[in-house]
Design a protein around this ligand. Structure first.
Ligand code: CAA
Length: 241
């Protein structure tokens, strides 16, 4: 039986590329999404990957969603915590709502999802967790105090949980993408993107979602069993850590 993988935010952007790459690598993939039914339907029709709608910032919605995945596909062996949102604004203009929305999805979402598959992974003595953090969790980014804090939190989560999973053959790793050519990045004002961001990327271009997806496929493979608690940076040379 092939392994079961859940990808949150798995129908668009980096997540869609991850879902597809895992399917092509032989996994049974369930792609979660929160809101965009049209994109999810199109993704499903194009790839044949089943899609499941729930909000990762809601613990009980995760319980119900994962129960559906278990019933329809099987217990989860691989979890890719990819779902993420931005509410970019300068800190002096940031509302409590913009803070909480980003923390609840991008950081608490990792707890809500991982906590529910963890016991099963421990019982079966196998698991792979990959958390999609960000270069902006490593370096901080103006206009993203909320997002940078959440993404830095994802790295602490990864390192702590990796220590708990190691004896049970569960690896927990993070990937820090740089600026990838997705809707999220293309929503940045064009002038900022072209004049402030792209010139800071030594390879001279945005990354491609597939370049992150290939990192995930490696980290969840049996070949990567000795890698846990690590942070894999894929950012075109923008930041060396
Ligand atoms: N890098 C460098 N400088 C930046 C910047 C950035 N990422 N973002 C904004 N600035 C600069 C602007 O160029 C501007 O400078 P000047 O006054 O010299 O022209 C100054 O900061 C203020 O910016 P704005 O005039 O745009 O101010 P605003 O209040 O209208 O908007 C903002 C502020 C919402 C933060 C907007 O600038 C913005 O969206 N910036 C991009 C922030 C960003 O990098 N977000 C990443 C999104 S992609 C992502 O999150 C995925 C990932 O993991 C990498």
């Amino acid at each position: 039986m092939s392994r079961v993988a859940v990808v949150t935010g798995g129908t668009r952007g980096i997540g869609a590329a991850i879902s597809l790459a895992l399917k092509n690598a032989g996994y049974q993939v369930a792609a979660n999404y929160a809101g965009n039914d049209e994109a999810a339907k199109a993704f499903h029709e194009e790839t044949g990957i089943p899609v499941f709608k729930w909000d990762v910032s809601d613990y009980s919605a995760c319980t119900e969603g994962l129960a559906r995945v278990a019933a329809e596909i099987g217990p989860v062996d691989v979890l890719v915590n990819n779902a993420g949102i931005t509410r970019d604004t300068m800190f002096h203009k940031m509302t409590p709502q913009q803070w909480h929305d980003v923390i609840n999805t991008n950081l608490t979402g990792l707890f809500n999802m991982t906590h529910q598959v963890w016991t099963g992974m421990r019982e079966r003595s196998f698991g792979r967790i990959v958390n999609i953090s960000s270069i902006n969790g490593q370096k901080g980014q103006m206009g993203q105090v909320n997002y940078s804090a959440a993404k830095a939190g994802d790295l602490g989560f990864t390192k702590a949980l990796a220590q708990e999973g190691a004896a049970k053959n569960i690896t927990v790793n993070a990937i820090c993408p740089g600026y990838i050519g997705t809707e999220m990045v293309l929503a940045v004002p064009e002038k900022v993107l072209n004049e402030r961001i792209i010139p800071q990327i030594p390879v001279g271009r945005l990354g491609e979602p597939q370049e992150i997806a290939r990192c995930v496929v490696f980290l969840v493979s049996d070949d990567a069993g000795f890698i846990t608690g690590s942070t894999l940076s894929a950012n075109g040379g923008q930041l060396f850590v």
